[in-house]
Design a binder for this molecule. Structure first.
Ligand code: SF4
Length: 374
């Protein structure tokens, strides 16, 4: 019986994000690991490999699809209430013990993570997204940087169909990989997990490539929102949160920062679940650092006004939320505050098009999508 590795190895094609080297090795620059890979070997992510001096990369399948509110990604400054059609592949370049998508991200590292691939094409995925009424197509669940060529193939098709495109990513990018994505990507969520390089090394990465990615994306005018999952004893010291949020503010105080609550998952079961008070405390640190849009996520109704968007000029409420549900939308058609006229940074439509769902979505609820044409 073929292993999952065998099954995935058959679903590949030659990649673009690599250089050939004279000795038959390849240099993959799709993510910050910058792997130099000898013939017959795998990269750190275990889904890209050197076959006869060519870098083979994942192609032609998905590990799962789902249509959710764009707020769930989370993007709070991009067409509130719109639907985001998410697709994932398998594998990751990090191995976070608390991963909430471990069934797909760790499928190649952990035999208990079973997520068989479903064969598909960019055309089928985009057709399904349009059929479900999505406005944004999102590469997520696994780390999209390691499957960037496949994402771009889908994004080209999505643009043809009038959809926006997005990555939900750990941000472990490289300058060349981000340049490759730039023409095809509108929104980018970076998971800034810590501001301590030692912590990043525990997760299998380094801090600096993630910081470089955030700065480069902002310079490239891709819309960026940042999430930090607050974990007691791991990344929640005042000192670390101050440095983390001061860094974001140094790139731009207009970048939204979402601080979200940890719950025990996968291999990280010791830290206590994050409380609303811990989220509020972290949010206050972010505001002190100068960030103008700070949100506390995934504990709906328990974090005071930290789910809403307020005008940084006059404090007028602009978008009111409960979980992923939009309860009020007051921006002008130009994306400005109706009270003082300040432009609010983001990717706003000419108006609120209504919540594109049939029932409220709350964190933790799941609705599996049926992919047409399978
Ligand atoms: S995507 Fe990253 S981990 Fe995978 S082979 Fe390329 S550089 Fe290495």
């Amino acid at each position: 019986m073929p292993t999952l590795k065998d099954v995935l190895s058959a679903r590949t094609r030659e990649g673009e994000l690599y250089d050939r080297q004279d000795n038959g090795w390849v240099h993959c620059y799709a993510c910050g690991h910058d792997c130099k890979i000898p013939d017959g070997a795998l990269g750190v992510c275990k889904v890209r490999f050197n076959q006869g001096g060519r870098l083979m990369v994942p192609w032609g399948y998905t590990g799962g699809v789902q249509c959710d509110p764009v707020e769930k990604k989370p993007f709070f400054h991009a067409h509130p209430g719109a639907l985001a059609y998410s697709f994932g592949m398998l594998g990751c370049d990090l191995h976070c013990g608390y991963c909430q998508n471990w069934v797909t991200s760790q499928a190649l590292r952990d035999s208990s993570a079973v997520a068989p691939p479903i064969d598909t094409t960019p055309e089928k995925l985009v057709r399904d997204a349009v059929r479900q009424g999505a406005k944004v197509l999102v590469s997520t669940y696994n780390e999209p940087l390691i499957t960037g060529e496949w994402a771009v193939a889908i994004f080209k098709e999505a643009r043809e169909a009038g959809l926006m495109t997005a990555f939900v990513s750990n941000g472990n990018g490289t300058p060349r990989a981000l340049e490759y994505l730039r023409p095809w990507i509108d929104l980018y969520k970076v998971d800034l997990k810590s501001f301590d390089d030692r912590h990043y090394r525990e997760l299998g990465g380094r801090l600096q490539p993630i910081l470089n990615t955030i700065r480069q994306l902002h310079d490239m005018q891709v819309w960026v929102e940042i999430v930090t999952l607050l974990i007691s004893g791991f990344n929640d010291s005042d000192d670390e949160l101050s440095k983390l949020t001061e860094f974001i503010a140094s790139v731009s105080p207009d970048i939204p920062w979402h601080v979200t609550a940890f719950h025990a998952d996968y291999k990280m079961r010791d830290p206590a679940n994050t409380t609303p008070a811990m989220l509020r405390h972290a949010a206050a640190i972010g505001k002190r650092a100068g960030l103008r849009f700070v949100y506390a996520g995934n504990l709906p109704g328990l974090v005071g006004n930290l789910e809403n968007t307020y005008c940084p000029g006059c404090q007028e409420m602009l978008v009111e939320r409960y979980g992923y549900l939009i309860q009020g939308y007051h921006l002008t058609s130009e994306g400005a505050c109706p009270s003082c006229g300040i432009h609010i940074p983001g990717r706003w439509g000419p108006g609120f098009e209504g919540q594109r769902i049939s029932r409220p979505f709350l964190p933790g609820t799941r609705r599996l999508s049926v992919l047409s044409g399978f």
